[in-house]
Write a protein that binds this ligand. Structure first.
Ligand SMILES: [Zn+2]
Ligand SMILES: [Zn+2]
Length: 506
């Protein structure tokens, strides 16, 4: 849309009386927004729809007149969708500055022969030079929060309790905090009291994670813990996408529609693909939180840079080095298995891997076998299924992924061969784990730590076997083992493993 710049601010083309100086919003140099008029009676429906968001005109089912009146009274902000940089353009919605991710088209809306738009976030509607991003600058609606919103009678381990206190403290001080918790530490419970504190202060909380399946799994758990609080879950295709709530669970992608929305943002699995590999998602998180806010990062495997920052005291962090059931993390054993790639080409598997599989079949003991790639997976599964039908394979492009994981949970499948797709998130009690080809580049330190973390998760079966079959140890393998040993060492030092602690009385 084109705008006319008057003394009082911007006027959109359909409402402008002066049509001589109309320009696409991105071409208008500087413009300020009208101050807020406290006596203006705003539209509550618009408030509820737009608060905390950055939307396009096309996303709003309100008339332009309604929207613009709110702008004139300081309740709505217009921002440029695309801005100019020294090198080219920047998309203000997704942060994209890569020249090859911009294109231009003959635009009917602004009558320019070449209106530049962002290709990167186009799946959420086109942002071009004539697209204003529209946000709410008026007050947010009041949420009704019951006096004690948390309904959870579980007990925190002392490791969890220390982390829970640190989370509460960070929320009260609008600070940043990394919670570095081993796989199986029970990190969701660590958030409960912090969320309760935030809600009591009428703060809006968002738990964001890169992975859709985590949002779907977490939704019911959070709602059960906070039964009287409005909770929305946002992911591609979810029904809640237009709602706002006191407690939001979202994929990091969906946060692209949010702007200055949350007082507390908790990022789960901060190191997980695609968050770590995709700067857009970090940009989205930064846009979605309020200027004064708390950011809590959760992970079992912070990247090397963060680990160093923690060591040097440059990043605030609390570690939970022990699992909630107070048993040490299973430590991987390295097993040389010869040139597994070459053997696979000849349709064979290393002898020691085969005997590991046979042992599990014989004892009817469930196990995951991680392999590096889909191609190797297909070959291995084909070879193994000739031996026993209780073996199945699963990978990211597998359309029956859910059913196969369910069959494994139901113990109909004994051995599940998988790629790194199952390195995190999936918890099955009483399994052993082996990696065939642990020396492959895809198995980074964090992947190896996460995979090792699949073993011994439940308090009923707190131990198990984790084997790295390899053709030459890699740095990542050594680092992963060191990482796990260090966590166990710290846990012993802090008295977090060993005898059961007394139940705390609340
Ligand atoms: Zn245009
Ligand atoms: Zn964009």
């Amino acid at each position: 849309m084109r705008f006319y710049q008057s003394e009082k601010g911007l006027v959109p083309e359909p409402l402008a009386s002066n049509t001589s100086q109309l320009q696409p919003i991105s071409k208008i140099k500087d413009f300020s927004s009208p101050p807020i008029n406290h006596s203006f009676s705003y539209c509550a429906e618009l408030q509820s729809y737009l608060q905390g968001k950055q939307l396009l005109l096309d996303d709003l089912h309100f008339s332009l007149q309604t929207i613009h009146t709110h702008y004139e009274n300081g309740y709505i902000l217009y921002r440029k969708g695309i801005t100019r940089t020294t090198n080219g353009h920047k998309c203000e919605r997704c942060g994209n500055e890569a020249p090859h991710l911009f294109a231009s088209f003959h635009c009917e809306r602004c009558h320019q022969p070449a209106c530049t738009y962002c290709r990167k976030c186009i799946m959420m509607g086109r942002v071009s030079e004539c697209t204003p991003l529209i946000s709410w600058t008026g007050p947010f609606d009041e949420r009704h929060i019951p006096p004690s919103p948390l309904n959870w009678d579980g007990t925190l381990s002392s490791g969890q309790r220390a982390a829970s206190d640190a989370v509460i403290d960070a929320i009260q001080r609008n600070d940043e905090l990394l919670v570095w918790a081993v796989c199986g530490a029970g990190k969701t419970e660590v958030l409960f009291h912090g969320i309760e504190t935030a809600l009591a202060e009428n703060k809006r909380v968002c738990i964001a994670t890169p992975r859709t399946d985590v949002v779907i799994e977490l939704g019911p758990r959070i709602q059960r813990a906070f039964p009287q609080v409005d909770v929305v879950t946002l992911y591609g295709g979810s029904e809640d996408r237009t709602k706002t709530a006191s407690l939001t669970l979202s994929t990091t992608h969906q946060l692209l529609r949010y702007y200055r929305a949350f007082d507390v943002i908790i990022i789960d699995e901060v190191d997980a693909f695609p968050y770590s590999a995709e700067p857009m998602l970090e940009y989205a998180v930064n846009q979605a939180k309020k200027e004064v806010s708390t950011t809590i990062y959760l992970t079992a495997t912070p990247n090397l840079r963060w680990q160093k920052e923690v060591k040097k005291g440059k990043r605030k962090a609390i570690t939970i080095p022990a699992r909630y059931h107070r048993n040490p993390l299973p430590v991987p054993s390295f097993k040389w298995c010869g040139n597994w790639r070459k053997l696979l080409q000849k349709n064979r598997l290393p002898a020691n891997v085969l005997s590991w599989i046979h042992r599990h079949l014989l004892q009817e003991k469930q196990a995951f076998l991680f392999v590096p790639h889909i191609e190797s997976l297909e070959k291995i599964v084909e070879l193994l299924q000739k031996e026993d039908c209780r073996i199945e394979g699963v990978h990211s492009k597998d359309s029956s992924r859910k059913e196969k994981i369910q069959a494994f949970r139901d113990k109909r499948t004994l051995i599940l061969v998988t790629t790194t797709i199952l390195e995190r998130g999936v918890t099955v009690p009483n399994v052993n784990v082996a990696i065939l080809g642990a020396d492959d580049g895809i198995f980074t330190e964090s992947a190896l730590v996460q995979i090792s973390g699949r073993v011994g998760r439940s308090s009923k079966y707190p131990t198990g076997e984790i084997l790295f079959y390899h053709y030459g140890k890699t740095n990542a393998m050594l680092q992963a083992k060191k990482h796990i040993l260090k966590m166990n060492h710290d846990a012993v030092k802090r008295g977090l493993i060993g005898q059961k602690e007394e139940k705390s009385v609340k």
